[in-house]
Design a protein around this ligand. Structure first.
Ligand SMILES: Nc1ncnc2c1ncn2[C@@H]1O[C@H](COP(=O)(O)OP(=O)(O)OP(=O)(O)O)[C@@H](O)[C@H]1O
Length: 631
């Protein structure tokens, strides 16, 4: 019996504003690679088949007489149409409206900003990554009809749109709908007629979607017999030796939605206590969502080749740039959310996969320094989160870390390099944190270290301030900030141009100066000390031995997480000409006082801060200029 197509009129809906904007952009931007629409539709069709397989575990009747998943591509050159049909889960009326009228994903706005600013090629890559796949069909079609019947239901619906702001949904006669699943008919634009050519479609599908785990059938014409063009064998189940580099790359494109080639491929089968297969890739270019606040990984969990979830956190967050999957036969197919979180089997799998991925990265570091450097430039900042997060693997991760240092120039050095070149008497790894390497390089705190030839790590990523606090020793050496506490430089031989002994008068003048500075700056600093840290600059600020590192304090204050900032210590260079001159200017106390405050402000500016009181700073400068110019 026919459904009530005639009785129920089509309902008109307007696209959610974001969808309308997105569609406008898709249609009006000239992407170099329109072929991606096919990859997106085939991938949705495959997902729908996987969802059905999953649902059928608890409700076998859903498969009713048609148990084998398939995707059908029908070429219809006479009518200028291309049809993509699957016998998967299908969509109800509400699901059609929800899935094809809105954009559920949170990253959409960011996507649109990126796509508006992007070049053609990048735009095409972004489509897949942001999960706006279906809408890409409007790049080639002037009208798209989606006929769908949800598994187990006895009604079917037709969604239809020209992509220009609105769409219609109406009931569909069951005879005109797939028995189960979704049929998408693309009414191709004049310049997209080529997508009815067998050669073209077959080549694109094999290249882009050759490894989707559902067989794909191609019909040359609507009523002809189909040919199977891909066999639906999951690539990861094949032996490594039977897989070419290109096949891995194709698979990676599909699983990641990225268009670059993987820089590392990790494929292994674990046997023994737990059985699972992992196929994981490290991208060459960083995925756009690397710094999403949720820091979620994108590894997919399969059980016996059935897709279960991409939310199983199969790798620690600091490896969230890795894309791929784990397929295990050790979990039941109806594994629940709670089970995913608590399963000891998954915990063991997580550990195993993490170890394998890290060893592959370690191997690359050892065997191919250039490739590893690129890896580190892309992902080092994320991997370093593990130095903070992953207690067990801190030492291993320290071994992988690379740093800019006072001696590295534009290169980066490992801690093993650092330790190898350290002074024999040196028992610490010195570092300085800040907001940019350029600023750190000219920091006065480094002078005494540079003068004595002691290398200092320059740490400019925000995460650096956190992990160094609890970093374990590396090859017997602990981490020590050069901007905190005493500089412990006395143990190292002084440079050749060391100062001669000071006269008692000179010593008295310096102590007088220190006393004056303490008195004048008592509200700003916790102490004023003469030190051997400086060789060129007159002053610098350091954190007290017991307080937070200066940079960490700034980060915490910026995030509103600091109750009360601690006062820094002002260190002075007793050999500096300016200090000597001010110290001996006892006959002009007003000038001396101004100079002390200006020195303090100078130290703040060198630290990347503003003067403590900009107005007072300007006035003091003014007085000093006046005096100097009148003299
Ligand atoms: N053939 C289909 N069968 C069933 N549902 C589908 C089909 N095609 C699309 N959908 C539904 O429409 C939604 C939107 O699809 P779209 O391609 O725009 O994004 P997505 O598939 O969610 O994201 P991504 O492309 O990143 O996987 C899907 O999540 C799915 O619920």
């Amino acid at each position: 019996m026919s459904t009530a197509t005639a009785e129920k009129p089509a309902e008109a809906h307007v696209f959610e504003a974001d969808v309308a904007r997105l569609l406008h952009m898709m249609v009006h931007s000239v992407y170099s690679d329109k072929d991606v629409f096919l990859r997106e539709l085939v991938s949705n069709a495959a997902d729908a088949c996987e969802k059905l397989r999953y649902e059928a575990i608890s409700t076998p009747s859903l498969l009713a007489g048609d148990p084998d998943a398939r995707i059908m591509l029908v070429l219809d050159a006479d009518n200028n149409r291309l049809v993509i049909e699957d016998n998967g889960i299908g969509m109800s009326r509400a699901e059609l409206i929800e899935a094809l009228g809105t954009i559920a994903r949170s990253g959409t706005r960011a996507f649109m900003e990126r796509i508006e600013a992007s070049k053609a090629a990048e735009g095409a890559q972004l489509i897949g990554q942001f999960g706006v796949g279906f809408y890409s069909s409007f790049m080639v079609a002037e009208r798209v009809d989606v006929a769908s019947r949800k598994g187990g239901e006895d009604e079917a619906w037709l969604w239809s749109s020209d992509g220009k702001g609105s769409y219609e949904v109406r009931p569909l006669d069951l005879a005109d709908a797939p028995t189960r699943g979704t049929r998408i008919t693309l009414h191709l634009m004049e310049d997209a007629k080529d997508y009815t050519r067998r050669g073209k479609v077959e080549a694109i599908v094999k290249q882009q979607s050759g490894h989707v785990p559902v067989p794909i059938m191609l019909y040359d014409k609507p009523d002809e017999k189909p040919a199977q063009i891909t066999d639906g064998t999951a690539l990861w189940t094949k032996s490594k030796n039977d897989i070419t580099k290109e096949e891995y790359a194709d698979f990676y494109h599909g699983v990641s939605g990225q268009y670059d080639d993987p820089s590392l491929t990790v494929h292994f089968r674990a046997e023994g206590r737990h059985e699972y297969t992992t196929l994981a890739f490290v991208p060459t270019t960083p995925p756009f969502d690397l710094f999403d606040p949720d820091r979620k990984g994108r590894m997919k969990l399969y059980v016996k080749r059935i897709f279960i979830t991409d939310d199983a956190e199969l790798l620690p967050r600091y490896l969230r740039f890795v894309r791929g999957l784990v397929d295990t036969s050790d979990l039941p197919l109806n594994v629940s959310r709670e089970m995913i979180q608590e399963s000891p089997i998954l915990a063991a799998i997580r550990k195993g996969v993490t170890n394998r991925v890290l060893s592959a990265i370690e191997k690359q570091a050892k065997d191919d320094a250039d490739a590893y450097q690129t890896f580190w430039n892309n992902f080092g900042i994320v991997l370093k989160e593990g130095l903070y997060d992953d207690y067990e693997r801190k030492s291993q991760l320290l071994g992988l870390a690379r740093f800019r240092t006072t001696t590295s120039g534009e290169n980066q050095r490992s801690l093993a390099d650092y330790v190898k070149d350290a002074k024999p008497e040196q028992n610490a790894i010195y570092y300085l944190t800040g907001s940019s390497v350029e600023q750190l390089r000219v920091s006065p705190q480094l002078e005494g270290f540079k003068a004595r030839g002691i290398e200092v790590l320059l740490l400019a990523d925000p995460v650096d301030s956190f992990w160094v606090m609890n970093a374990p020793e590396f090859e017997g050496k602990s981490f020590k900030s050069v901007s905190q506490g005493a500089a412990d430089l006395a143990q190292f031989a002084k440079p050749e141009s060391a100062e001669e002994e000071k006269t008692p008068e000179a010593k008295a003048e310096i102590s007088g100066f220190v006393a004056l500075a303490k008195e004048q700056l008592r509200d700003d600093v916790s102490d004023v000390v003469a030190s051997d840290r400086l060789t060129e600059s007159a002053v610098c600020l350091v954190a007290s031995e017991s307080g937070y590192d200066r940079q960490l304090e700034k980060i915490l204050a910026g995030a509103g997480q600091l109750q009360a900032a601690s006062k820094p210590v002002l260190e002075i260079n007793p050999d500096h000409i300016l200090i000597k001159a001010i110290a001996s200017a006892g006959s002009s106390p007003a000038l001396q006082q101004d100079a002390v405050h200006l020195l303090y402000d100078q130290a703040r500016i060198l630290d990347g801060d503003k003067p403590a009181d900009p107005r007072a700073f300007a006035e003091r400068m003014g007085r000093l200029f006046e005096k100097a110019l009148k003299a």
